[in-house]
Design a binder for this molecule. Structure first.
Ligand SMILES: Nc1ncnc2c1ncn2[C@@H]1O[C@H](C[S@+](CC[C@H]([NH3+])C(=O)[O-])CC(=O)[O-])[C@@H](O)[C@H]1O
Ligand SMILES: O=C(O)C(=O)Cc1ccccc1
Length: 242
């Protein structure tokens, strides 16, 4: 169903900034699987968290949903009744494919796929919010305001899953984990040229924080509990409870 990512295999003249356009959307499942260590584990474990945290008559928000992988995992695992999933992305190419992808499966819980900037939507009555590798694309100065809005929109006891690529304060550890990620990409068939062209396109667009920056920000907006529950190299996921 999904095509192999060879978008950056030939030399590109002028490398612009990264965008989630048609071409990226077309190969996205292959790209993310080969680029993000732990991705499929995180997707299936978001489903397990949904089984625990999604309560009757509440909403789930999948912010930066891409093709809806997290939404589908959540939907498969919801046992509570009267729930609704809102899957939001600002890339028209992703939203169009996400709708088709989700309509291909039947299930109880309805899903609304919304084309919007997650910074502009309203969040209410949420028992679970998923930011699966999306906050890293929001300008750093806007991240706290977005998390504050999520906190406001969560029910007491509700959960936020925040998965990100991390930076590290310790330079030696940062280099080791970064290099292990490079090895992971090489092992998945990416060439040095593909790796370096993609890195340069992401440079201005995807700005990473350390785990402790994420923890401090979550605490600052009001989350009582926040912990890293998964990590593979410089990628991982936190869960925060209101
Ligand atoms: N301001 C924004 N508003 C809405 N969407 C945005 C914004 N900025 C970026 N996006 C969207 O966030 C997604 C990030 S990918 C998420 C993977 C998915 N969660 C998954 O579980 O497969 C992660 C990655 O590619 O590393 C893209 O689809 C963007 O269009
Ligand atoms: O490929 C990388 O180096 C990444 O950091 C992850 C990624 C995966 C898919 C789109 C953009 C970034």
């Amino acid at each position: 169903m999904s095509h192999r990512d060879s978008l950056f295999s030939a030399p590109i003249d002028k490398l612009g900034d990264w965008t989630f356009d048609e071409r990226v959307a077309e190969v996205f499942p292959d790209m993310i699987q080969r680029s993000v260590p732990g991705y499929s584990n995180i997707i299936s474990m978001i489903g397990m968290l949904a089984g625990r945290y999604v309560t009757e008559n509440s909403r789930v928000y999948d912010l930066g949903c891409s093709l809806g992988a997290a939404t589908l995992s959540v939907r498969r695992n919801i046992t509570a009744g009267g729930c609704e999933i809102l899957a939001v992305d600002n890339s028209p190419a992703m939203v169009e494919r996400c709708r088709r992808h989700i309509d291909a499966f039947r299930a109880q819980t309805p899903v609304q796929v919304i084309e919007a900037d997650i910074q502009n939507i309203e969040i209410t009555n949420a028992s679970l919010v998923v930011l699966n590798f999306t906050l890293q694309f929001i300008p750093p100065e806007d991240r706290e305001a977005l998390l504050a809005k999520i906190w406001q929109g969560l029910r007491p006891g509700g959960a936020l899953v925040l998965s990100e690529k991390f930076s590290f304060a310790d330079q030696a550890m940062g280099e080791l984990l970064f290099d292990m990620h490079l090895d992971f990409k090489r092992a998945n068939g990416y060439s040095e040229l593909e790796i370096s062209q993609k890195r340069s396109m992401l440079e201005n667009v995807m700005l990473t924080d350390s785990v402790s920056t994420h923890q401090q920000r979550l605490q600052a907006v009001g989350f009582k509990h926040a912990e890293l529950w998964f990590q593979c190299f410089n990628f991982g996921s936190l869960v925060a409870i209101k």
